[in-house]
Ligand binder design. Sequence first.
Ligand code: ADP
Ligand code: MG
Length: 386
Amino acid sequence: MSEAVVVAERFEELYGAAPEGVWAAPGRVNLIGEHTDYNDGFVMPFALPHTTVAAVSRRTDGVLRLHSDDVEGGVVELSLDALTPEADRAWTAYPSGVVWALREAGHTAVTGADIHLTSTVPTGAGLSSSAALEVVVALALNDLYDLGLKGWQLARLCQRAENVYVGAPTGIMDQTASACCETGHALFLDTRDLSQRQIPFDLAAEGMQLLVVDTQVKHSHSEGEYGKRRAGCEKGAALLGVDALRDVAYDELDAALARLGDDEEVRRLVRHVVTEDQRVERVVSLLESGETRAIGPVLVEGHASLRDDFRISCPELDLVVDTALAAGALGARMTGGGFGGSAIVLVDATDADAVTKAVEEAFADAAFTAPRVFVAVPSAGARRVS
Ligand code: ADP
Ligand code: MG
C-alpha cells in the first residue's frame, strides 16, 4: 500500500472522513552556503527523499485540528481567532503559525482545516523537519483554498510563521529548499531577491555519493550562539557601512577586514560570510562545468571556515570530517546551524562503505553516540501526492 493511502486511512480514523488530499514536503541538506542566508547571501541546498506528509481537509467553522504520528498527545483543537504569536511552545506552533501567517497576509479564505501529519525527516538533526512541516501545511492550504501562491511566496510565509509565531530566528533557506527544490538538482538561491537557479547535481551518474552523517548531537546553547553570530554579522555590516555582508566584494575583503581594526571576533565572522558566499559561487560554476569532483576541496575549506572563523563546529562534527577525509572522501563539511546536527561527506561510490565504517569506528573509539549515516539523493520539492 502506498504511503499516501496509509496516511489517508489514518486521517479517516482520526477525523471520521477521508481527506481531500495528501501532500508531501522534504527536509533538506545544505551543500554549501552556511550562515549566509541572514546576510543576504547565497545558499545551495538540495531536497532529501525524506518527507513530511500531510493529509488535509478544509473546514468552514474557524477550527484547526492537528495531529502528528510523531508526537504523543492525540488531536489538538485550536480556534483560528485565538492564534497568537509566541503563545504556543509545542509542535503545534509550526502548523498553526502557517495558518496564522496566511490569514495575516490577507488569505482569510482559509477558514479552518483538519490536518494529520507523519514524517520521515529526522527532527533536530539540522535537516529541517520544521520547514518540511511548515511547507507541507502551506502547500496543502494553498491548493485546497486555491490561493495561487508560488513556491517562493509559500516559503516567505512559512519563514514568517517560524520567525514570528514560533519565535525562532531562521533565514529563508530551509523553507525555500523544501518548497522549490527539484529532483537531481541543487538549488542556487540568492537570499536577497530570492532569485533561484536549478543546478544539475546528479552524483549517481558520475559514480559518486553524498553521505549525510547525523551525529545525533544537539548542544543546548545552540540558539543563543546563533543569535550572537547573527548580531555579530549585523555589527560587521554596520561598521563597514553596508546593508548586509553580501555587499562586501570578494576582492575587497582584505581591505574590509583591515578597516574592522582589532575587533577580532567581528573580523572572523565577516571573513567566514564573505568567503562562504564566494565558495557557493565556486561550487555553482564547478557543477555547471561538469567538474563535480572538484567541489570536494571547497567543501573542506567551508568546514575549516565554520570551525575556525565562525566557531560553530563541535568535536563530533570535526571527527566526521577528519576521519572521512583520512579514509579517502573527496570532501566533507558540517552542514546546518552548527554545534551538532549533521555533516555531509562526498565520496566515490566505491568508497562509501569504507568511509562509513571508518567514521563509525572513530565514533566508537571516542565513546561518542553512534552516528546515523545515509546516502542523500537530491530529490523533489513539495508536491501533492494524492
Ligand atoms: P530541525 O528543523 O533541524 O529538524 P527544529 O528544532 O527547527 O529542528 O524543528 C524540530 C521541531 O519541529 C520538533 O521539535 C517539533 O516541534 C517540530 N516537528 C518537526 N516535524 C514534526 C512532525 N512530523 N510532527 C510534529 N512536530 C514536528
Ligand atoms: Mg528547523
